[in-house]
Design a protein around this ligand. Structure first.
Ligand code: ZN
Ligand code: ZN
Ligand code: ZN
Length: 347
């Protein structure tokens, strides 16, 4: 088996030399990336701690993250009709039923499939009606997601994660782009032949390249087996300068920074889907801050925005409700902990 692998790689290497006039880059074994020198491939700078995964409390299993982004409730003649939009914040498909209940009366949806990162609207008609209406009715309707537990995506089911100051050079991956091949994994035959000062194919070189490739395969396998989820710790993020912190948040959200004009209006950047983002490197962000953000969003004619903070005060939810009532704005409150755990795909 091992020699078969070796021979097939040898044949493959020869073919790529002769036909494509390209060989695997000997520096990175064709991988296109090499170990990061800054952190020696560990992905971390300084101390690393293995801690219990906060999302699943170390069980490795958890309820899938099906997030309700908006909801409406209407009082009909004999029913209360609910429309709720859910976003699957996991990387894989979720199957679930949704239950809507109002003062002891409830209705459950059919089994519904939620593809990752997509919005799915669930419409339910509760066979009951009350004298409540509008926003009050909205607060009286209880929504429940019924789904089987899945493998925790924050820790890949291991129950533990490594926390520390993540290396900014490689973003915690431990690998950086190979400079010798520009990340392509290949160098042209001419370049290699020139190095060996010979004409045509150098069989000794092919053997060397192949051996390196085989070694690379085993390093790759070992690396795959032992890889553990890495993440930045909240405490190291608190210590960052405010511009570095903003940069980290924007990178996590796959976003881009705002212009100086945007910043003056309280918008620090924009998400992948172009939602304005306000970034606070503080705890207990409350209603006032959300009111201000909502007002500048309204001035910019945005439909919504994302507020990122270490934590939110109890009255923050009132700011969110007011933004919806006053400006029809949907403000997403996102904690740094959520960003660390990677719940960002749908923004
Ligand atoms: Zn976990
Ligand atoms: Zn590194
Ligand atoms: Zn290379």
């Amino acid at each position: 088996m091992l020699s078969a692998l070796f021979i097939s790689l040898l044949v493959f290497s020869c073919l790529s030399l002769v036909q494509a006039a390209k060989v695997k880059c000997p520096t990175c074994n064709g991988a296109g990336e090499v170990e990061c020198l800054e952190c020696e491939g560990t992905g971390f700078i300084g101390d690393v701690e293995t801690v219990e995964c906060s999302r699943c409390s170390g069980t490795g299993q958890g309820k899938p993250n099906l997030f309700m982004s908006t909801m409406t409730a209407s009082k009909m003649a004999s029913t209360t009709d609910v429309n709720a939009v859910y976003i699957n914040r996991e990387d894989s498909e979720i199957t679930a039923t949704i239950t809507a209940s109002l003062e002891g009366h409830s209705v459950t949806s059919e089994e519904t499939t939620f593809p990752p990162g997509q919005e799915v609207t669930v419409a339910l008609s509760i066979p009951f009606t009350t004298y409540y209406s509008g926003t009050v009715l909205l607060t009286k309707v209880q929504m429940t997601v019924n789904a089987d537990e899945i493998t925790c995506s924050s820790c890949d089911g291991t129950g533990v994660v490594e926390e520390g100051t993540v290396c900014s050079e490689c973003d915690g991956t431990g690998m950086i782009t190979c400079l010798d091949c520009g990340g392509s994994g290949y160098v042209t035959e001419g370049a290699v032949v020139a190095n060996t000062k010979g004409d045509g194919l150098d069989w000794g070189l092919i053997g060397t390249v192949t051996a390196v490739v085989v070694a690379g395969v085993f390093v790759g396998v070992a690396g795959f087996v032992f890889v553990k989820k890495r993440r930045v710790s909240e405490s190291s993020l608190r210590r960052l300068s405010s511009s570095d912190f903003q940069q980290w948040v924007l990178k996590r959200l796959d976003g881009k920074p705002g212009s100086s004009k945007d910043t003056a209006l309280g918008i620090d950047g924009f998400s992948r889907l172009n939602l304005p983002i306000s970034i606070k490197q503080t705890d207990a962000v409350g209603m006032n801050a959300i009111d201000l953000f909502a007002a500048s969003l309204a001035r910019n004619r945005a439909t919504g925005g994302i507020m990122v903070a270490f934590g939110f005060a109890d009255d923050a939810i009132r700011g969110k409700v007011r933004a919806r009532t006053n400006y029809r704005l949907n403000i997403e409150m996102m904690t740094v902990r959520e960003l660390i755990e990677g719940r960002t795909s749908s923004f």
